[in-house]
Design a binder for this molecule. Structure first.
Ligand code: NDP
Ligand code: HSE
Length: 432
């Protein structure tokens, strides 16, 4: 039986899962790859750190040159995270003749064009299934299985940490801080969890999917995005009362010949598939012109689900499948973008608005007057009796009919300046 030597660079949450799969389920991969995948080296930064996997003697090293200098190692799984030194290490690996497998969406969303051009020049490949939605095979689905379609839209829950936090707050009454700590403990969060909770991680994944699905060339920083860091228990409660849950959604949809893109918390209807996606699960709904609606659901973060996608990429790489798709897909190539982004101000939606207002006569009409002047029509209003100890401030919740994002932003900014309105108001899109 042929043996192909492989290496891992980065043995943290995901790297450990990959090592476990390779060492404990070698037979399975021999069946799928038609050869033995031999873990030759695992590169880490700290040799003294305890590891959750028992590696054969001589495998662990802190020298990248043990991999780059070994021509017998053909493919390398790179699982460090962040931009540097990950970018430099990937270039070194490619230049030393290795095919690379990564889960690092931040790196691809930032340096994809440079890295993919270099890999193509060198006749090497980069596989990245695990970079979006963890264990869900969404990259292969869009890049290969749905390639007979024109993709019309893509709606996704793409960040496991955020979905876990919101689920813990919504279903178990957990505080935001406790839920975030637990997501970190379980290995879902990025080294800097700000990237998760402020919507950056989901925007990076959306930029990769939008490139694959629509040929868009939108830098993730140019995708309008909001995170969950300001989400309050009160909004989860009002959303339920109105028949919704709140989820951090990433959206890419064609409107005419332009692409609307955004990441933001949104109200999704109770009973809809997106509302039922809990904990670290991710989901993606893709609409294609031939296939119609297709749903994907699975764990989007965590050690073994992510390792599952990484090792599948490793098998595709060593048997030569990745090289074919890598060449034919021409990702981040010199080809012109197929679609231009749409001005987010024109994106239409219903909105959930919450204002903390003085419980005085005339306040409601001041607010509805401003909404009316911006052409925003009201669908429903909730104002409960003041609760004991809340002073004379009451929450006022308004659901609007469909309007444009720009109109809602301007109206809310104007309302926030009213003397009768306390603090900053809440404005959340409604996904229908
Ligand atoms: P961790 O922080 O858990 O692990 C990072 C690893 O990189 C550590 O083992 C660390 O070594 C090693 N490392 C750091 N610097 C170097 C270096 N210069 N040379 C060699 N090794 C180095 O990260 P994760 O496993 O959580 O994530 C890895 C990647 O996968 C990230 O890009 C992340 O976004 C992505 N990802 C993560 C998911 C998850 O659920 N965690 C899901 C999907 C994608 P040491 O142990 O010695 O400190
Ligand atoms: N931090 C990421 C998340 C890991 O929570 O979704 C998976 O990409």
């Amino acid at each position: 039986m042929e043996i192909t030597k492989v290496a891992i660079v980065g043995l943290g949450t995901v790297g450990t899962g990959v090592a476990r799969l390779l060492l404990e389920h070698g037979d399975r991969f021999t069946r799928h790859a038609g050869r033995t995948l031999w873990l030759e080296k695992a590169v880490v930064s700290d040799l003294k750190k305890p590891r959750d996997v028992e590696l054969p003697k001589g495998v662990l090293t802190d020298k990248l040159s043990d991999v780059t200098g070994n021509p017998e190692i053909k493919a390398v799984v790179q699982l460090i995270g962040g931009l540097e030194p990950d970018r430099t290490i990937m270039l070194k690996l490619l230049e030393s003749g290795k095919d690379v497998i990564t889960a690092n969406k931040a790196l691809l969303a930032e340096h994809g064009p440079e890295l993919f051009d270099r890999a193509r020049e060198l006749g090497r490949s980069i596989a990245f299934e695990a970079s979006v939605a963890g264990g869900i095979p969404i990259v292969a689905a869009i890049g290969q299985c749905l390639s007979s379609n024109e993709i019309r839209s893509l709606h996704g829950i793409l960040n496991g940490t955020c979905n876990f936090i919101v689920s813990q707050m919504d279903h178990h009454g957990a505080s935001y801080d406790d839920a975030l700590r637990e997501a970190q403990r379980r290995g879902y969060a990025e080294a800097d969890p700000t990237m998760d909770v402020d919507g950056s991680d989901a925007a990076q994944k959306l930029s990769i999917l939008a490139h694959l699905a629509f040929g868009a060339r939108v830098h993730w920083r140019d995708i309008p995005r909001e995170g969950i860091q300001n989400l309050q228990a009160a909004d989860l409660k009002f959303a339920r009362e109105l028949g919704f849950r709140i989820k951090l959604l990433a959206v890419a949809q064609l409107v005419g010949d332009q692409l609307e893109l955004h990441v933001a918390p949104q109200l999704v209807r109770l009973g809809s598939p997106l509302a039922d996606v809990r904990d670290a699960y991710n989901a993606v709904r893709v609409v294609g012109d031939a296939v119609g609606k297709v749903w994907f659901h699975g764990l989007g973060a965590g050690q073994m689900p992510t390792a599952s996608a990484v090792v599948a990429d490793l098998i595709d790489t060593v048997v030569g499948r990745t090289a074919i798709t890598f060449r034919t897909l021409e990702l981040w190539s010199q080809r012109p973008a197929r679609v231009a982004p749409r001005d987010f101000g024109m994106a239409e939606s219903r909105f959930y608005l919450r204002f903390d207002v003085d419980d005085h006569p005339g306040v409601l009409s001041e607010i509805t007057g401003i909404l009316g002047r911006h052409g925003i029509s009201i669908a429903s209003v909730i104002q409960h009796e003041p609760t004991a100890g809340a002073g004379d401030a009451v929450p006022l919740v308004i659901m609007t009919h469909v309007t444009q994002q720009g109109a809602a932003d301007k109206a809310v900014a104007e309302i926030d300046k009213l003397n009768s309105v306390r603090g900053r108001s809440v404005r959340i899109r409604v996904h229908e």
